[in-house]
Design a protein around this ligand. Structure first.
Ligand SMILES: [Fe+2]
Length: 433
């Protein structure tokens, strides 16, 4: 004897015709016995459950009913279909077992002693872990209000008692398909989220590497500029202390004037290039030991123009600022400066700031043609130049911040002396005997 959807049924059994047609509901309900149940569960499913890889994971159905016979009956109907069936005798047992053996579907009786089916559904649907598990209410209740209530608490479907085997199987199969699809989508979403996290980490790592590379490149560029600026200074001032101290003082004044940190940093890196045009001044004028003639001064003033030419047309911000500073750091607030005789606020602010820092450092430093002035003398000269040589606002900030500016100047000198000592030591270390 064979049945639709089965490979074998009751084969070689001593009582093969206990039910002439077990597919009929009335016989299934009326003739159910432990023996029949055992026989039914012994059959082998012919097909896989749609939506499931049954060879990998057998769909698990939990049946909850306080009537043991009902449990056995439904189990007998489902097991031959290849489902793993878990039984629970009441609501409390159901809520306990779902954690031990999470089901793919729950067939739940409504009228049970203790916790009824409504409460069980309500509890399960509020638990994120089980909210997507389909629940079929199995009930003898025909009242529409009961069914509405079951839907309101989250039930997905109904089966009426007595349970019809074909209907049960169809409902179970259908809801398991939905569950399988939901599981697939949840897994897919988790995979996507995992992939997004992985890619995000990769991008963050790449960004970190790029930032490091960018910082290294920027550092290399700045150091190159600084050393080239030092080379330009080297001919007439024989030390690099000037560009260290004047650039730091310029940046400090810019900061105290309330300029943005980006601008302050740009001034720090651009101001060392203020005299880079001296490369174009002949040594006989640049290194002359004595006062310059008017003609020689005319040539000397051209270092501002040469500096602008060297730095012009750059796409890099602080090089463009370097050009502005190179061209304008000898302009004077009253319009008597060079090369263009700009007046007042027509002189770019960076040029007005660097003018004060440049002169202050030059006054404080010893030169072949002059001794180092005291701090008081240098401050007095700067103060006297307020609103004539220098922008009064810049001078006011300079005077208000003198202790820190003097500290910066002293620290720059000490740092430079330290560099010279290290350089001399390393030179003597490689000197051949
Ligand atoms: Fe200059």
């Amino acid at each position: 004897m064979t049945y639709p959807g089965r490979r074998t049924c009751f084969v070689n059994h001593s009582s093969p015709a206990i039910m002439t047609n077990p597919c009929r509901r009335d016989e299934a309900l009326a003739g159910i016995t432990d023996l029949n149940i055992n026989l039914m569960t012994a059959t082998v499913p012919e097909t896989k459950i749609d939506g499931y890889h049954s060879e990998v994971k057998m769909p698990r159905v939990m049946v909850v009913d306080d009537e043991k016979l009902n449990l056995k009956l439904i189990a007998a109907m489902l097991k031959p279909q290849g489902y793993e069936v878990i039984l629970a005798n009441n609501g409390e047992e159901c809520l306990s077992k779902v954690h031990e053996t999470p089901p793919d579907l729950i067939l739940l009786d409504i009228m049970m002693p203790g916790m009824n089916g409504f409460e069980v559904v309500n509890r399960l649907k509020q638990d994120e872990k089980f909210a997507m598990v389909p629940i079929v209410m199995v009930t003898a209740l025909q009242d529409v209000n009961d069914r509405v209530k079951a839907l309101e608490v989250g039930a997905d479907d109904f089966l009426s008692k007595p349970v019809d085997r074909m209907e049960l199987r169809a409902r179970v199969r259908s809801l398991l398909k939905v569950k399988a699809y939901n599981d697939h989508m949840i897994n897919y979403r988790h995979e996507l989220e995992s992939e997004v996290r992985r890619r995000t980490l990769e991008i963050q790592e790449t960004n970190k590497m790029l930032a490091k590379a960018h910082e290294k490149l920027r550092g290399a560029s700045l150091e190159t500029i600084f050393r080239l600026s030092r080379a330009a200074e080297f001919k007439d001032e024989d030390t690099g202390a000037h560009i260290i101290s004047m650039s730091r003082i310029s940046a400090r004044i810019a900061d105290r004037m309330g300029l943005s940190s980006t601008t302050v940093e740009s001034i720090l890196y651009a101001s060392p290039m203020h005299d880079i045009g001296k490369i174009g001044i002949p040594d006989r004028i640049l290194l002359k030991n004595g006062p310059l003639t008017e003609e020689e001064w005319a040539v000397m003033r051209l270092h501002t123009v040469y500096g602008g030419k060297i730095l012009e047309n750059s796409d890099i911000g602080f090089l463009r600022l370097g050009e502005v500073i190179a061209v304008t750091h000898h302009e004077k607030f009253d319009g008597s400066g060079y090369p263009r005789g700009l007046k007042g606020h027509k002189i770019p602010l960076a040029g007005r700031i660097v003018a004060v820092a440049d002169v202050f450092d030059a006054l404080m430093s010893r030169r072949p043609y002059k001794p180092a002035f005291s701090a008081d003398q240098a401050i007095s000269i700067i103060t006297d130049g307020r609103a004539q040589h220098f922008d009064p606002d810049v001078v006011d900030v300079f005077l208000a911040d003198l202790p820190e500016l003097q500290r910066i100047w002293n620290a720059s000198q000490a740092e430079h002396q330290s560099e010279i000592s290290i350089s001399l030591k390393s030179q003597s270390a490689v000197k051949p005997e």
